[in-house]
Design a binder for this molecule. Structure first.
Ligand code: CDP
Length: 234
């Protein structure tokens, strides 16, 4: 009797600007599909935290690249769907979400040597099992052959509102104005950098989540994936 066909390993790429809901949606989608969730932004954030601690100047690309090469970053998926980010084995899951990291992370992420190192690690992580990755360049650079690509977007005002709420819930005292400044600053640097800028892959499905709930967005993504699977397109 022939063996049942082995399920195909799938890669789902979710890109988009800051605060569009990517990580919440990606996390839930991965949980529902029993896929590994890879938060690529957390890797750049962890490296930024280490650079700040070491007093590295963010204009020093070579130093940041050197630091990236010798830094261990682990992303652990916990059974409840949350993730733990370990920087050289230290749990920095909360520290990397603080405003001082957000302020400098795009400067770290625009360094080509840093990106090269992170891309290698992200490909390695995604090479073994089915996974959902979220970031800025997943569908364009890290996994250009991803089985399904999404580009999540939302109006600036709504993205600011969501990020502000999230930070407040985590006990951080920030104003709406500061959140808006941070998102705009990062969007500008991320979209205009030379190496793997934030942009929609040609074959990505664009979803405006401004008026959508998290659950509603996850449902839409699941339907697209299901349709492609039924059609044998992935
Ligand atoms: O969650 P949020 O949208 O605020 O950002 P994030 O996913 O935590 O990513 C933080 C920063 O890392 C981004 O603003 C980018 O500068 C950088 N990043 C990147 O360049 N490429 C990725 N694949 C993921 C993040």
């Amino acid at each position: 009797m022939p063996l049942p066909a082995k399920p195909k390993k799938l890669i789902i790429a979710i890109d988009g600007p800051a605060g569009a809901g990517k990580s919440t949606v990606a996390k839930l989608l991965a949980l529902q599909m029993k896929f590994l969730y890879i938060d690529t932004g957390a890797m750049y954030r962890a490296l930024t935290l280490k650079a700040i601690r070491k007093g590295i100047n963010f204009s020093q690309g070579r130093q940041l690249t050197g630091l990236a090469k010798k830094t261990r970053i682990d992303l652990e998926n916990k059974p409840d769907g949350t993730i733990r980010v370990l920087l050289d084995r230290e749990d920095v899951s909360l520290d990397i979400r603080k405003p001082n990291i957000s302020k400098f992370v795009s400067d770290t992420a625009k360094v080509p040597g840093v990106r090269k190192e992170m891309l290698m690690r992200q490909r390695e992580l995604g090479s073994k099992v089915s996974c959902v990755l979220d970031g800025r360049d997943i569908g364009t650079a890290v996994f250009p052959d991803a089985d399904k690509k999404f580009f999540l977007d939302a109006d600036l005002k709504e993205r600011v509102r969501r990020r502000h709420k999230e930070l407040k819930e985590n006990g951080q005292d920030v104003s709406l104005e500061d959140v808006q400044k941070d998102l705009c600053n990062r969007d500008t640097i991320d979209s205009s950098r030379k190496c793997a800028p934030l942009k929609q892959a040609k074959d990505a499905i664009y979803i405006d989540t401004t008026k959508m709930t998290i659950e509603g967005t996850v449902k839409v993504l699941l339907e697209h994936i299901k349709l492609s699977t039924q059609r044998g397109a992935v």
